[in-house]
Write a protein that binds this ligand. Structure first.
Ligand code: 2NE
Length: 270
């Protein structure tokens, strides 16, 4: 049974239960297109889930069964981005994409209906995608005067291969859930009635496993694609683990006690 978070939001729903946080874009009247405030709220909820020690896995989804997300809200698109409060124009979903990738907990896209445009990229950057049998995937950028040349292109190409990624972007076709499964774009396809229960089953399986192992694996797989940012993330985990050792703590203790450190007490391993 999902508990509604005490945080208040306009464009999203935020729930938690049994180690799982669920962030739902709640704009079904526009197929869950996002505007700047939607993205800001998703970012705030994701941050809350990251820092909540009771949470081990995060689900991203869209309200209703017609759409996961249809990308940026075209009705508020200005000449340099999507119009937020005070007339500021944003492409802040790109920040959210990086936040999903660097979140040390697995993020699962639960997709019913359309995952299109910037909404498609959102599922691409999630660690896993569970698709309902009515899911439809695709990019629209070149047909609506947009493109995502970041994760939306290069990471997509790592996922489905260069030829298929170019097809997806150059032709702007839509693909069924089965086609998405065949090209390695999603992890599984389930009847829509079972979408949430199956997603929760996958989350529970991950919750059985070592959080630190999952965290380091995510960082390691990111490092393969993300250059120095990926290495920083992976190395940050090494630093965290090093801080947990007596050897590293000896350095801190010696500094605080104003004495030379006794690192010779520690083994030099082969
Ligand atoms: C998703 C799709 C293919 C669904 O088609 P259909 O025919 O089933 O539904 P319909 O009638 O198009 O949509 C239902 C309502 O939702 C609105 C529509 O305007 C319509 O509203 P009403 O006519 O009922 O009032 N709606 C749907 N998507 C919307 C959107 N993105 N913004 C505002 N309103 C939207 C079809 O709806 C579709 O193709 N949608 C547009 C997909 C799209 O091009 N998204 C933007 C891509 S660019 C992007 O996201 C981006 C980026 O490339 C880089 C950085 C940041 C963002």
């Amino acid at each position: 049974t999902w508990r509604t978070s005490e945080l208040e939001f306009e464009d999203i729903l935020y729930h938690k239960a049994e180690g799982i946080a669920k962030i739902t874009i709640n704009r079904p009247e526009v197929h869950n297109a996002f505007r700047p405030i939607t993205v800001m709220e998703m970012s705030q909820a994701l941050n809350d889930a990251r820092y909540d020690e009771s949470i081990g896995v995060i689900i991203f989804t869209g309200a209703g069964d017609q759409a996961f997300c249809s990308g940026g809200d075209q009705s508020i698109r200005g000449e340099a981005g999507y119009q937020g409060g005070k007339g500021v124009q944003h492409l802040n979903v790109l920040d959210l994409q990086r936040q999903i990738r660097t979140c040390p907990k697995p993020v699962v896209a639960m997709v019913a209906g359309y995952a299109i445009g910037g909404g498609h990229v959102l599922h691409v950057v999630c660690d896993l995608t569970i698709a309902a049998d009515n899911a439809r995937f695709g990019q629209t950028g070149p047909s609506v005067g947009s493109f995502d040349g970041g994760f939306g292109s290069s990471y997509l190409a790592r996922m489905v291969g260069q030829k298929k990624a170019r097809e997806i972007w150059f032709l702007c076709r839509q693909y069924s859930a089965e086609e998405a499964l065949d090209m390695g774009l999603v992890n599984t396809v389930v009847p829509i009635q079972q979408l949430e229960s199956e997603t929760v089953r996958w989350c529970r399986e991950m919750l059985q496993n070592s959080p630190l192992a999952l965290r380091c694996l995510k960082a390691a797989m990111n490092a393969d694609c993300d250059g120095q940012t990926g290495l920083q993330e992976l190395a940050g985990n090494a630093t965290m683990l090093f801080y947990m050792t007596e050897e590293a703590q000896e350095g801190r203790n010696a500094f605080m006690e104003k004495r030379p450190p006794r690192f010779s007490d520690f083994k030099r391993r082969p």
